[in-house]
Structure formats: C-alpha cells, structure tokens
Ligand binder design. Structure first.
Ligand SMILES: Cc1ncc(COP(=O)(O)O)c(C=O)c1O
Length: 397
C-alpha cells in the first residue's frame, strides 16, 4: 500500500539544520533553529530543572497512567503563571486548563474543540505568523484567513491595516494572536493595540485564540502576559495555548497547556470534557515528566526563585545580543537601518536580507539563516558576534 505515497518535501528548517551539521567549518553559525543557546552555543538543561529532576527521582512512586487532563497540580500552577495568582478569572469558575503535549499539542486540541463548537468558524492569522500554525491548525479543519501584521519596511506592526481587516471579521470567527515574543518578527503588540483588539472582539463577536510560547523571554513573566490577562478580564470567551518548551527549556518533554475561558461555569465544564474527548481520540494522555517538573518548580519557593533567575538570564542575554548585533551592523554601506532589532522582543527578528545575500552568507561564511531572513538572536554569542557582523556587512556591500 505504501507505494501510493508521494515523498514529502523536507521542512526547509530541517534541511537547513542538516546542512549546518554537515558543514565542516569551525566558525559556522546557526541562526536558524528556534531553540535558546547560551554564550557557549549550548542549549543546557536549566539547573532548576535538574534539581527538580533529582527530587522527582525520589518522589515518583508510580508510572501508572495519569489521566487525560494530566497533572491537576500542574494545571493549577500554569493558570497561576499565565494569569497571576490574584486574577479574578481564577475564581470565576469559567476557566479550565488541561495539560497538552507541548504548545503544538495545545494548539491542536484547542483547534479541534473549536471545530466541534463551531464547524464554520474561520481562523484569522497575522501575516507573517509561525509557519507551522498553518498546517497545524488548518489540518484541524479551519479555513485560514489572513490579516496584515508586520510591515517589513517600517519593521513595525501595521496597526491601521491590521485593525481595518479585523474590523471585517465576522462574529464567531477566531483570531490568532501571539501572546508575546512574536515568531517570526519579534514585533509585539503594544498594550494599546491589545486593548483595541479586545474592543473589536467585543464589538464584532470574534474570539481571540492566543498562542503564548515565550512567556518570560520578552520583558518578564508578568509583562509578557498583559494581553491575555486583560482579555480574560474583558471578554466572555478566550482560548489560550501555552508552552513550557522555551521558558523552562523543556523542548523534548512536550509540556504545554490548553486553556479555555467560557461564558459560564457550566460551559467551562463542558468545554474541558470536550477537550479531553479530543485528546483521547488523538494521543489519550499527555507525557508526565515535564509537567511534574514544572509543578515542582512552581510549587517550591527556592526552586521557583532559581528558575526565575535563570529565565531572567536567558531574557537579558537575548536582549544584549540584539544590541550587539544591531550596533555591529548599524553603519553599513548599504545604509540599512537595523535599530529595530533592539526594540523587538523574544528570540527572533527579520534581518531583511534577500535570497542572494542569505545564500552568500551560508555558502561563503557558513552563516545559516532561514529563507525569510528570520534570525534566532540566541545563536549569537561573544565568540561569533564580530565574525557575524563582518559577514553580514560583506554581503550588504
Ligand atoms: C509561536 C509558537 N507557538 C508554538 C510553538 C510550539 O512549541 P512546542 O515546542 O511547545 O510545541 C512554537 C515553537 O517554536 C512557537 O514558536
């Protein structure tokens, strides 16, 4: 039967990773793949995670099934992390969160539940968005519609064009928003833009679907949650997919959550039961290890303080690489302004280089950047910044 299958084109980013691995040059630089790297170019296990793993070894007495919703303690702690322990929504009975396999699994469960509730709902995504949003959410059955998000000339969110399109979104449709640290542009919504979108959601009757995969990597754990906290106060319904892959460095442990806010506690119970029925049909139960670690870290004062300090280090390192890169290529011969890189947040920004320049960077200098010219700022470190800056300047000449 398998003879009827066609070969699948390799995801370009995986192709780029393979080419990087095969490159024998010792000064090669990987700015492609979206994982955090420290100043030595490693993606280490956080020490708070290591400590929690040591504790878990002693505490864990069974590997029996945990249940479709995952660990109840983790679910509660994630709600407190997302919304802050004092947020009024946490006591309203209208909110439910269940564990999911990473942010991707959370997005998928959310999409399937929305499809069950409203099979005709369209999903509006900003242009550009994380490329995997389209197949991940589209294959759940959504018709995908687009709204303008980022202007490549001004390097800013295109507020007017975005709002004009969102004003046309029919009641009942879903609007996908990035909670913080927009991937791929690094251009986040301001508080004012978040407020305007909430006004429109109330006026038009569309429902925001917030993907928050980088809480704590932008301006801080509290600051990065502004949009979803404000919307949870103001809107009757909300769907949030969140991930612990980046802020706990738990990429391979597949640790995420899907959270629903419904109009009434009764509806919230039903939506959670529907989410569990969706999960049962796809993967049955989420993996336990990552969620148990997160639960231990968030529940222990010392571990939490250590984790927050490590996360601050991650955030500050990325921000300082933004400044170093922008400064090192600022006065380039091509006259291109790179100052936006400093203002943006999270792991990514667009460099604005064309295909020929990106090819030249890869072939002549061993600098690997995806074709959209999105760079992972965490791939920059004190050993490669000078070489990187001069390589970029050379291809701009
Ligand atoms: C915007 C966005 N959403 C979701 C995810 C998925 O994260 P996870 O690895 O937890 O599935 C990513 C990962 O890169 C992302 O960038």
């Amino acid at each position: 039967m398998f003879e009827s299958l066609n070969p699948v084109a390799m995801d370009p980013i995986l192709g780029l990773m393979a080419a990087f691995r095969a490159d024998a040059r010792t000064n090669k630089i990987d700015l492609g793949v979206g994982v955090y790297m420290n100043d030595r170019g490693h993606t280490p296990v956080m020490t708070s995670v290591k400590e929690a793993e040591t504790q878990l070894m002693q505490l864990e007495t069974t590997k029996a099934y945990q249940g479709i919703a995952g660990d109840p303690d983790y679910n509660q702690r994630i709600l407190e992390l997302l919304f802050g322990a004092d947020h009024s929504i946490l006591n309203a009975g209208r909110i439910k969160s269940i564990q999911a396999p990473g942010g991707s699994g959370a997005l998928r469960v959310g999409a399937e539940v929305i499809q069950r509730a409203r099979p005709d709902a369209k999903l509006w995504v900003g242009v550009p968005t994380w490329p995997n949003h389209i197949p991940l959410l589209g294959s759940a059955g959504f018709e995908i519609k687009e709204y303008p998000y980022y202007n490549r000339d001004s390097h800013q969110v295109e507020t007017d064009a975005m709002m004009e399109t969102l004003r046309q979104v029919p009641a009942g449709d879903m609007v996908l928003l990035h909670g913080c640290c927009h991937n791929p542009t690094g251009a986040d919504l301001t508080h004012e833009q978040w407020d305007l979108i909430a006004d429109l959601a109330l006026e038009r009757g569309f429902v925001p679907f917030i993907d928050t995969a980088y809480q704590g990597l932008g301006d801080g754990l509290e600051e990065d949650a502004y949009g979803l906290r404000m919307m949870a106060e103001r809107l009757p319904e909300l769907v949030i997919a969140s991930s612990c892959s980046k802020n706990f460095g738990l990429y391979r442990e597949r640790t995420g959550s899907i959270t629903f806010i419904a109009e009434t506690p009764e509806q919230a119970d039903i939506v959670a039961a529907q989410a569990m029925s969706v999960a049962r049909q796809i993967y049955s139960m989420p993996p336990a290890h990552g969620a148990l670690l997160v639960s231990l870290i968030l529940g222990d004062q010392q571990l939490r303080a250590n984790w927050e300090a490590e996360l601050t280090e991650v955030r500050e390192r990325i921000q300082s690489m933004r400044s170093l890169l922008a400064d090192s290529i600022q006065n380039n011969a091509a006259g291109i302004d790179f100052s936006h890189i400093k203002q943006q947040r999270g792991m990514f920004s667009f460099l604005g280089l064309n295909t020929a320049q990106l090819d030249q960077l890869r072939e002549e200098y061993g600098v690997y950047i995806v074709s959209s010219s999105r760079v992972n700022l965490a791939g920059i470190n004190s050993s490669n910044i000078d070489y990187l800056g001069s390589s970029i300047l050379s291809v701009l000449k």
